[in-house]
Design a protein around this ligand. Sequence first.
Ligand SMILES: [Zn+2]
Length: 470
Amino acid sequence: MTPKYLVCPSCKTLYEFVASIKSCPRCSAPLFTIYEDLEQVLKKVIVNARERAIQGLGVWSFSELLPTKFIGKSLGEGWTPTIRLEKFANVLGVDILIKNESRNPSGTFIDRGTSIDVQVAYENSFSKIVSASLGDYAISLSVYAKRYEMSVTHYIPRFVEPWKLYMLTLLGDTIVEVEDYPSAVRKASRMSAKNQHYLSIPCSPTVIDGYRTIVFELIQTLQKIDWIAVPVGDGVLATAIFKGLNEVKEVLDIDTPRILTVKLSENSEKTLQKSAEPTLTELSGGIVRNILTTILRDSASHISIERSEVFTIAAQLAELEGIIVDPVGVASLAGVKMATELGIVGRGEKTLVIISGSPSKDSYVLYKIIEHGGKEKLLQRITEGRDATYISNTQKEILKILYEAGQCYAYRIWKKLKNLGYNITLQTVHHHLKNLVEKGYVRILGSDGKRLLYTISELGEEYLDKELGT
Ligand SMILES: [Zn+2]
């Protein structure tokens, strides 16, 4: 259904709905789309949505509540499972349901938004998309753009984890690395204006409307829960949930749950940054500060947590419930634990926790979860069994070389080892490097076509710190 207006929830200005307006021109807050006959449409859509979901329409089960003319292409996004955490409830003393958003096609809730945004680009006759984002959004956008044979140019901050860049490389779109997120937004906006390409960014009204389909899927549950806990990365998901809840409340006249936003504390953000999502601080130069300080300031409760608590919760979630997700994605659950201890969430209250973030494949992150779950010894026993020389002296030396040089090809490492008196072949150096990559101590940065370029990973640096006291 084509929306009629865009409204700024902060300064209340109304605009005509135009796909090129991404945030409020007056105050730069994110914008909300307003639909005609919302009441009638919402009631009708909610009744038929389940049936449409079975037909494989994904988020398009709610097409009348989305800012497009037609139903777009679905890859099975949305309709993620809602699961009760039985054992966790005993540990925390609160009833917890999770909405497992890691079950979306690219592994995050973001698919709900990019699926809509790509259709909007298509309906406006664009064949090229320019995007400024963090790794997860970029991957999701490329996945959906494929369906429409559109190409994407991604502006991405340099600190994004390598595995995300590898995935983007597989998807075949253009990646431009820049210093930080604000400069990514600046450059992407400039390029889209200059070349008339569609600009796709996470905080746009079209993406927000896609994210809010989470609320529509929960209609039957909303009256039975007291809280929705939302992880705050860039703040857009929390904003979308806020919008969806307000629409439902207004039209159906029901009590809706309160929002609990959970973010990592400033210090934690810095330390997690290397391996996980970028930070609010980083983003706060832009639109994000507006979301948290204007839109959500009075309409939600806010919790800030330390990174160690996130790892501990991730370990418990795996051990108690068999669910493995990225630590950033379970921040919301750690937040509920703290909110309960602080008395914000009352004992006996029911909370629905949105778990986002794909299952972690980063060996550094997995190791940190294991460490916080108190299982390092177990891991050591397994890895020792796999390789008698857990980290051999030669491998230690290779780590030191990589630490000092930043990045190296195998040949240079071999030369340096020779100078240090190691009498080994280049072949052996390759073998050690392969082994170190498998253990997560070394990362492959790229290739010049023939040779691989190596660097030390966070785990490798931590190992050196511990072993050598460097
Ligand atoms: Zn405004």
